[in-house]
Design a protein around this ligand. Structure first.
Ligand SMILES: *[C@@H]1O[C@H](CO)[C@@H](O)[C@H](O)[C@H]1NC(C)=O
Ligand SMILES: *[C@@H]1O[C@H](CO)[C@@H](O)[C@H](O)[C@H]1NC(C)=O
Ligand SMILES: *[C@@H]1O[C@H](CO)[C@@H](O)[C@H](O)[C@H]1NC(C)=O
Ligand SMILES: *[C@@H]1O[C@H](CO)[C@@H](O)[C@H](O)[C@H]1NC(C)=O
Length: 234
């Protein structure tokens, strides 16, 4: 049996053994050409309402706290993952364009969190960062310097930048930028920092994951025809 098949079986078992919830639901229709897998929801009449995302202009958006929104660049239903595009830099400055909300802040009451697959580069940092211990790496050979050289000339004038890998309770729900810390950031999914590119960096992204939802109620098999790998039990 392949790993993929095993994973599907395990997921199915988890789904099947979950307690049933109150409402029967349908998968949401595509957003532009992008499928919206269950339990993600773009409307009140589909998906699971705890898993709201937004479909505007044929693009999927993830709305974080306090009004910052990020484009969703991919969704991997089998592993319950979403990749969002982090904020860009404000024009000609080494300041994140979501500085107003101090970077990305997820609502910890919602079933989304930040996975441990992200490498975050912190840019335009204050000296206060130097007092932080590993895993934050602010050394002069940190790969953030080669990123700045290739992609963020506005950040050349600030000498301190740092890097860390997400994972652990401190980084489950936010990537923070603020005065007194660092004013800008960039994020990459599954970046091997030892093989960090000199010039051509991959597309930035921040990977999130969602908790498995409660199993929706179904009475007849057709009720779950839209749900991935689900069957209606007698
Ligand atoms: C770096 O961040 C500070 C705020 O902490 C800001 O005042 C400064 O303009 C930023 N530097 C650049 C080059 O944008
Ligand atoms: C974001 O919103 C929460 C609650 O609405 C508030 O407590 C917090 O201060 C806000 N944070 C920022 C950075 O605006
Ligand atoms: C910081 O990162 C650089 C480059 O990846 C590495 O060579 C160095 O050993 C790291 N320093 C610490 C303190 O982890
Ligand atoms: C994030 O959510 C997943 C799925 O519910 C969970 O397994 C994981 O422990 C959470 N991670 C953190 C750091 O909270």
């Amino acid at each position: 049996m392949s790993k993929g098949v095993l994973k599907i079986l395990i997921l199915t078992l988890i789904l099947l053994t979950h307690k049933t919830s109150a409402s029967a639901v349908a998968r949401c229709s595509n957003c532009g050409r992008t499928p919206v897998p269950y339990p993600l929801s773009t409307a009140p009449n589909c998906g699971d309402q705890s898993y709201k995302i937004r479909c505007t202009g044929g693009t999927l958006w993830f709305d974080a706290m306090n009004g910052s929104s990020y484009t969703i660049t991919s969704i991997i239903p089998l592993t319950q993952r979403i990749v969002i595009r982090p904020a860009s830099l404000a024009r000609d400055a080494c300041i994140a364009s979501d500085m107003r909300t101090q970077g990305i802040q997820l609502d910890d009451n919602l079933p989304f969190n930040i996975t441990s697959s992200n490498t975050i580069l912190l840019l335009n940092c204050s000296d206060a960062m130097l007092s932080l211990q590993a895993p934050i790496n602010c050394s002069s050979n940190c790969v953030c310097h080669s990123y700045i050289k290739a992609n963020a000339p506005a950040c050349m004038s600030s000498s301190l930048c740092c890097m860390f890998r997400t994972g652990g309770s401190q980084t489950s729900y936010d990537v923070r930028v603020q005065g007194g810390g660092c004013a800008a950031y960039q994020s990459f999914v599954n970046l091997d920092s030892k093989l960090a590119p000199e010039k051509k960096w991959p597309e930035p992204g921040l990977e999130l994951e969602w908790e498995l939802p409660q199993e929706p109620v179904c009475k007849v098999p057709v009720d779950c025809k839209d749900l991935l790998h689900s069957n209606c039990l007698a």
